[in-house]
Write a new protein. Structure first.
Length: 189
């Protein structure tokens, strides 16, 4: 079983540095081109199934890449980006201002602290739903090669799962780097 993971293509909010979370933002033209190029890059791989986050930016990325495969696309909401609550839509400057007011915000990626700020999904909730998805995927599609289309934040626990990186070591956003727009990671089981 081969697992390919990619992050959706670029959106206007990516360009503006806005935190998207579960806000349903579409790809921009650059993102569509990135998805097309990613599809070309992996077109000779044996992909049996694509599983995508249902958010527009991931779904459209999956559809564009699938032009090279013509396989079924299944949407699974467990692949959605982390819910960032009131942080969604804030750019880096606004987020920095909030960090000055409450320095604990710096720890929102710390799995052990499991901080719940501003209606944000905690790290343990977030990682739990991603791991549940991955366990189910491996059990239900063990003889398939799968492309997962997801989000930058969601790619972090996915990489931890396959790299056997302990979630307890996730203490900041840089512990394991999330995928860049349309970057591919590959794992074998």
């Amino acid at each position: 079983m081969e697992i390919f993971i990619t992050r959706h293509g670029q959106t206007d909010w990516n360009v503006l540095g806005k935190l998207q979370g579960q806000t349903d933002i579409e790809l921009n033209d650059t993102g569509r081109q990135q998805a097309k190029e990613t599809g070309e890059l992996i077109k000779n791989e044996n992909i049996d199934l694509i599983i995508s986050s249902p958010l527009k930016r991931a779904k459209e990325t999956a559809e564009i890449i699938n032009r090279n495969f013509n396989v079924s696309i299944i949407e699974d909401k467990r692949l959605m980006e982390r819910r960032f609550g009131k942080f969604e839509g804030l750019d880096k400057k606004d987020r920095e201002k909030l960090k000055e007011i409450n320095p604990e915000i710096n720890d929102v990626w710390d799995y052990n602290r499991n901080i719940d700020f501003y209606n944000m999904e905690t790290m343990k909730e977030f990682c739990s739903r991603i791991y549940e998805f991955l366990d189910d995927m491996i059990k239900n599609y063990k003889d398939k090669n799968i492309l997962i289309v997801t989000h930058g934040g969601a790619s972090v626990p996915i990489k931890c799962y396959f790299m056997k990186y302990p979630l307890e070591k996730l203490v900041d956003r840089d512990a394991i780097k999330g995928l860049k727009n349309c970057e591919i990671a590959k794992f074998e089981i």
